[in-house]
Design a protein around this ligand. Structure first.
Ligand code: ASP
Length: 333
């Protein structure tokens, strides 16, 4: 029987309603959660680890790096087939993508959680955990990067996002749809998925900022970011990757200050591209030296830029890290 390591890391899956506060807080241990995943001993041998008992708004990139190091240590063991990580759903996609970029493995790594806590009717934690474990022992889940398993669906860490604040199927994949399902304990993949190139980092010493564009916006936030010595800026731009005209001067100042600027779109689906030639249009931004983040969301581009600047100071290297991953799906035979 294959051995799977499960790392418990807080979130709603570990929560109960506190009688005094009358709201959910983390309280269950990994062992207590596992007792509700009935029958799993017939599927895989499980080793439990506890990383934290945090709600996911308390996760930080530094904690993500510590988690990544723990996961890598477990993956490096010959007897471990793969790793499941539980996580609060709010920042789950950020941690999943952080792991996707920093882990060096072809073994399955699956992140899951719950939308309902253990005191609510229809607690979805045990089901999500069971399907995540089934995925981790499946050979077809190898070499796919980090996966997110929720509500019987499988998503790739690069592609997935939390799109609903309360539904059991809170996670979805814009642009492409889920990569597979877990049906009756069987893992079925329908297509290939986007893959990340591994980037090694040992520490997180530099921070990057995420700025969201709105109509009529000027350069004040960008100037704030420059003044506060952030080492990179992700701009969640408009449409195909455009910004209001008054933001252009700020972007120019950031680039003069050798701060990498990445543009992505605030649209839910689609890629950024240098389509428009007016002031603030993508073509002009490209000419200034702005890096295009393809299909990445603002929060994912921020994770990638954060990892890139902590890996290397050289602007060309940072650009290369950003641009070498092509978010195009190769056809499965
Ligand atoms: N706020 C919770 C968290 O992210 C939600 C969840 O776990 O689903 O920890």
């Amino acid at each position: 029987m294959k051995k799977v390591a499960i790392i418990f890391n807080g979130g709603t899956i570990s929560m109960k309603v506190d009688e005094k506060i009358k709201a959910a807080v983390p309280s269950l241990s990994g062992e207590e959660i596992m007792q509700m995943v009935t029958g799993i001993q017939g599927v895989a041998e499980i080793e439990n680890y506890t990383f934290s008992n945090l709600p996911s708004p308390h996760m930080t990139p530094k904690l993500m790096l510590d988690l990544s190091k723990l996961v890598q240590k477990l993956l490096d063991r010959d007897d471990i087939s793969g790793v499941v990580i539980t996580h609060g759903t709010d920042t789950l996609e950020e941690t999943a993508y952080f792991l996707d970029l920093t882990l060096n493995t072809d073994k399955p790594v699956v992140v899951t959680g719950a939308m309902r806590n253990s005191d609510e009717l229809g607690y979805d934690g045990p089901f999500n955990l069971a399907t995540a474990i089934c995925t981790t022992i499946s050979d077809s889940a190898k070499n796919r990067g980090v996966l997110v398993c929720f509500n019987g669906e499988l998503h790739s860490a690069i592609e997935v996002t939390k799109r609903n604040s309360m539904a059991l199927n809170a996670f979805s994949t814009p642009n492409f749809g889920p990569i597979g399902i877990v049906d009756n304990n069987r893992v079925i993949f329908y297509r290939e998925n986007c893959k990340s190139t591994h980037v090694k980092i040992d520490d997180i010493k530099k921070d990057v900022a995420l700025v969201k564009c709105v109509s009529g916006m000027d350069s004040k936030f960008i100037d704030f970011v420059i003044k506060n010595r952030y080492k990179g800026i992700v701009i969640e731009g408009l449409g195909r990757g455009n910004v209001p005209p008054l933001m252009v001067a700020g972007i120019e100042r950031a680039i003069e200050n050798k701060i990498p600027v990445v543009i992505v779109s605030r649209c839910f689906e689609g890629r950024v591209f240098e389509s428009y030639g007016y002031l603030g249009g993508g073509k002009k931004l490209k000419e200034l030296g702005v890096i295009f983040g393809d299909i990445l969301s603002g929060q994912k581009a921020r994770i990638k830029l954060l990892i890139a600047v902590n890996h290397n100071d050289d602007l060309n290297k940072i650009r290369e890290i950003f641009e070498k991953d092509k978010y195009e799906i190769e056809k499965t035979e």
